[in-house]
Design a protein around this ligand. Structure first.
Ligand SMILES: Nc1ncnc2c1ncn2[C@@H]1O[C@H](COP(=O)(O)OP(=O)(O)OP(=O)(O)O)[C@@H](O)[C@H]1O
Length: 487
C-alpha cells in the first residue's frame, strides 16, 4: 500500500491477492500500468471516473499499457479493489510493476469549471435555437493547444465526457495522426460522442462501427487519411485533409440540431507559435471560437497578440488552463506499442470482444494503389525534374488547368508494387470506385476502412490481405499508408 502522494510499485506476484485503496474526495489515484501486466480493479464504493468517464460500480475493469488517473469527484470519495496479474498474451512470464500514487494536487476542478463555462454557452445557444430555428447558432467550437504530453487528449476526453453527461452530443475531432481515435493511426477523425468511451480499449476510446454491433456502443467516425504519424511529414496533405474534414464536420453540424448546439472539441498534436499558419487554418476550417491553451503562458500571450482583432470583436476567446502534474512524457516505444495495440484490436478485438477477421488474396492488377508522398521525397523528386516541369499522377506536364487536379504534392500512384513497399503495411480503403476516378476525388474521399497486407507475392501478383470482416472486397481505390504492422 502506498503513502498518499508518494509513488510506489506493486509487483504482480505480490499482488495476486486483492488490495484496496480509498481515494479521498477530489483527489486522483495515478497509475502507470506496463504492457506486461494486467491491472484488474473494481469500484466498490462511491463514484470514480477516469478522464470524465464514470466507472460502473462493482464491475471488474481490466487495463494494460495505460497511464491513467482515477478521480473521486464527490465529497464521499471512493474505494477501489485491485489486483495485478501477468499479461499472458505476451508469451513471456516476465512482468513489470505498476507505478501508483495518490495526488491531492489535481487540476480537475479547473477543468470542470471550464466545462461548466462551455455548458453555459451550450444552454444559451440551445434556448436561442428553439426560438429561432431559422437562424440557429452553433455551440462552442473549442480548440485545445499545448506542448508535447501536456494532457491535451486527456482534456479532450474530459470535456467530451462531461458534455455527454449533460446530454450534449459534441463532435470530437482528433487532428493528431499519432493517435488512432475510433480509427487507425495515420488518420484524422471527427466523431459525434453520443455514448461513453470504452476505457479498456487501446487508447481508451472504443470500437467503431466497422467492428459491427458490440458489447459497448460503437462510434461512427468521419475518417480522412494522412498516412503518416507525424503531421509534418507532408504538411500540404495534412492541411488539405484538415480543411476537407472541417467541411464535412460543418455540414454534419447543420444536419443535426443537437450536434449543432453541442459544438466541437478539437484535439491537436503539439503545436507552438511557429505553427501559426496551421493554427489559423484549423480556426477557419472549424470556425473555432474558444482556444484552450494548456500550461503555456507564452503561447497564450502570443495567440492573444495574433488574434487581437478577433478578441476585441468577441469572435474568439482564449483561455489558459494549468497542466496536470499527472500528464507524463511518453517515450516513442510506448507510443508505438499503443499504435500496434490499436491496429491489433481493429482486426482481432480485445479480451472482451473477439472479432473474426478474414484472410484472403487479391490480384494486385485489379486495384489502383496510391501512396502519400513524404515531403522529403518530394523535394528530391522535384530537384531531378527539368525546370518548368511538374510531376503529376498522370505523368503529364504542367498547366493551369491540370493544376487543380494534380496530386503532385500529396499522392503518387504505386506504379511498381513490390514486397518492399507493401509487405506488413496498412492500406486505407477509400469510398471511391475506380471507374472514372478523377485525381481530385482521391483527395476528397473519406476512408471506409483498413486492410492489412501481410505479404505481396510479386511472381503471382497477389496480395495476402487481412480484412476486418468476411465478405466481398469492394474494388475501391486503395491508399497505402506509411504505417507498418506485422500481424
Ligand atoms: N492526470 C493524469 N494522471 C495520470 N496520467 C495522466 C494524467 N493526464 C494525462 N495523463 C497521461 O499522460 C500521458 C500524456 O497525456 P496526453 O496524451 O493527454 O497528452 P497530450 O498533450 O495529448 O500528448 P501529445 O503531445 O502526444 O498529443 C497519457 O498517457 C495520459 O493518459
Amino acid at each position: 500500500m502506498s503513502l498518499p502522494g508518494f509513488g510506489t510499485s506493486i509487483s504482480p506476484e505480490e499482488s495476486a491477492v486483492t488490495s484496496s485503496i480509498d481515494i479521498p474526495a477530489f483527489s486522483e489515484w495515478r497509475i502507470e500500468v506496463p504492457f506486461r501486466t494486467y491491472f484488474k480493479f473494481k469500484v466498490i464504493k462511491g463514484v470514480a471516473e477516469i478522464f470524465g468517464t464514470e466507472l460502473p460500480l462493482n464491475v471488474e475493469i481490466q487495463f494494460c499499457g495505460v497511464k491513467y488517473a482515477i478521480y473521486a469527484p464527490l465529497s464521499e470519495g471512493c474505494t477501489i479493489e485491485y489486483a495485478t496479474t501477468p499479461n499472458k498474451e505476451n508469451m513471456t512470464n516476465e512482468v513489470d510493476d505498476v507505478v501508483e500514487y495518490l495526488s491531492e494536487e489535481t487540476v480537475m476542478k479547473k477543468y470542470i469549471n471550464l466545462h461548466l463555462g462551455l455548458e453555459g454557452l451550450r444552454q444559451q445557444i440551445s434556448d436561442h435555437n428553439i426560438i429561432n430555428s431559422q437562424k440557429a447558432k452553433n455551440g462552442p467550437r473549442v480548440l485545445i493547444l499545448g506542448g508535447k504530453c501536456t494532457g491535451k487528449t486527456a482534456l479532450a476526453k474530459i470535456l467530451s465526457s462531461y458534455a455527454l453527461k449533460m446530454d450534449s452530443t459534441p463532435i470530437l475531432v482528433n487532428l493528431n495522426p499519432r493517435d488512432g481515435v475510433f480509427a487507425l493511426p495515420g488518420s484524422i477523425t471527427a466523431t459525434p460522442v453520443s455514448d461513453s468511451f470504452d476505457l479498456e480499449c487501446a487508447g481508451g476510446w472504443g470500437f467503431s462501427t466497422t467492428s459491427g454491433t458490440l458489447y459497448h456502443n460503437p462510434k461512427q467516425p468521419i475518417v480522412k487519411n494522412v498516412g503518416f504519424v507525424n503531421f509534418d511529414d507532408n504538411l500540404d496533405l495534412y492541411k488539405y485533409q484538415i480543411s476537407k474534414l472541417g467541411l464535412t464536420v460543418m455540414s454534419r453540424v447543420e444536419e443535426d440540431p443537437k450536434i449543432k448546439s453541442s459544438g466541437i472539441i478539437i484535439d491537436t498534436p503539439p503545436l507552438a507559435i511557429k505553427d501559426i499558419s496551421l493554427i489559423e487554418n484549423i480556426i477557419s476550417d472549424f470556425e473555432v471560437n474558444v482556444i484552450v491553451v494548456i500550461g503555456n503562458e507564452r503561447l497564450s500571450i502570443d495567440l492573444k497578440k495574433k488574434f487581437k482583432h478577433k478578441l476585441s470583436s468577441a469572435q474568439l476567446d482564449i483561455v489558459k488552463v494549468p497542466r496536470s502534474e499527472g500528464a507524463v512524457e511518453v517515450d516513442e516505444s510506448f507510443v508505438r506499442r499503443v499504435q500496434e495495440e490499436t491496429i491489433k484490436e481493429y482486426f482481432h478485438g480485445n479480451y472482451k470482444t473477439r472479432l473474426s477477421p478474414f484472410k484472403t488474396e487479391l490480384e494486385v492488377r485489379d486495384y489502383s494503389i496510391y501512396k502519400g508522398i513524404l515531403s522529403l521525397d518530394l523535394a528530391s523528386t522535384l530537384a531531378f525534374l527539368p525546370a518548368g516541369d511538374s510531376y503529376t499522377a498522370d505523368g503529364e506536364g504542367d498547366n493551369d488547368k491540370q493544376e487543380e487536379n494534380s496530386l503532385d504534392k500529396y499522392y503518387s500512384l504505386l506504379s511498381e508494387p513490390s514486397p518492399s513497399n507493401l509487405d506488413n503495411s496498412i492500406l486505407a480503403v477509400t469510398q471511391l470506385a475506380q471507374k472514372n476516378m478523377l485525381t481530385k476525388d482521391l483527395l476528397n474521399t473519406s476512408v471506409l476502412g483498413y486492410v492489412h497486407i501481410s505479404k505481396y507475392d510479386d511472381t503471382k501478383g497477389k496480395l495476402r490481405v487481412l480484412l476486418p470482416f468476411p465478405g466481398a472486397f469492394p474494388r475501391n481505390v486503395l491508399i497505402s499508408t506509411h504505417i507498418g504492422f506485422s500481424d
